[in-house]
Design a protein around this ligand. Structure first.
Ligand code: FES
Length: 218
């Protein structure tokens, strides 16, 4: 999966993973299955290093079949679990989006369910759809990748954004994604939602008319 030698050290595995995960990312022409298989291989190898100080034994069998049979491994039918945090809360507590312990602090802060919590996302479902299914009014406007009203900051995990979108590469590299257009491809994710007023995103906003209409009775 990672195209490394059996005696590869931690650094070689790390480099191979970074390169392979780009090649097989669904947005770069790969598939969700390939992406998850590469990620699973990487996580298993690194877990071996953490536990034993060395890589676990390689099994030359069918890696895909092996991964599919693993309870913790990739399963396209499995739900993803998203831990979310409202961007507006950060200013209230003096937190920053790049705080390493941002989500630990949020977990300990006794926040309202609308501001912090977890929900499941069905396979193939966008984050915005899942949030709405769980009763949350996450912001949006076009629902088609043409604005930044639904922007989120991806802190952990990975998402696929199959449709074309307005986000420049620089924002993608900062972890900005569009919740209406983003489908989880890892089992667990952490996201800060409602980040539309972060620097540089303002100019990509549309008037939120459909959102206002949807929640006009709230
Ligand atoms: Fe416009 Fe998601 S609502 S891109």
């Amino acid at each position: 999966m990672l195209l490394v030698d059996a005696d590869a050290d931690e650094e070689e595995i790390e480099q191979a993973y970074r390169s392979r995960v780009k090649e097989v990312h669904p947005d770069q022409g790969g598939t969700v299955e390939e992406f998850q298989a590469v990620r699973t291989a990487y996580e298993r190898l690194m877990a071996g290093y953490r536990e034993n100080g060395e890589a676990p034994e390689f099994d030359d069998g069918d890696a895909d079949a092996d991964a599919d049979s693993d309870e913790e491994g990739p399963d396209q039918r499995a739900h993803s679990e998203v831990t979310y945090l409202d961007y507006d809360v950060l200013a209230d507590f003096g937190w920053e989006t790049d705080d390493d312990d941002l989500f630990q602090k949020a977990a300990a802060a006794d926040l309202d369910e609308v501001d912090y919590g977890q929900f499941d996302v069905d396979p193939g479902q966008s984050l915005l759809e899942a949030a709405e299914d769980h009763g949350f009014a996450w912001p949006f406007a076009c629902r088609g990748g043409a604005c930044a009203n639904c922007a989120i900051l991806l802190v952990e995990g990975e998402l696929s954004m199959p449709a074309s979108h307005v986000l420049p590469q620089e924002m993608m590299e900062r972890g900005i994604r569009l919740s209406c257009n983003a489908i989880p491809i890892t089992r667990e994710l952490k996201v800060v939602y409602n980040v539309k007023h972060m620097p540089d995103l303002d100019e990509l906003l549309l008037p939120p008319t459909p959102f206002d209409r949807a929640y006009s009775d709230d």
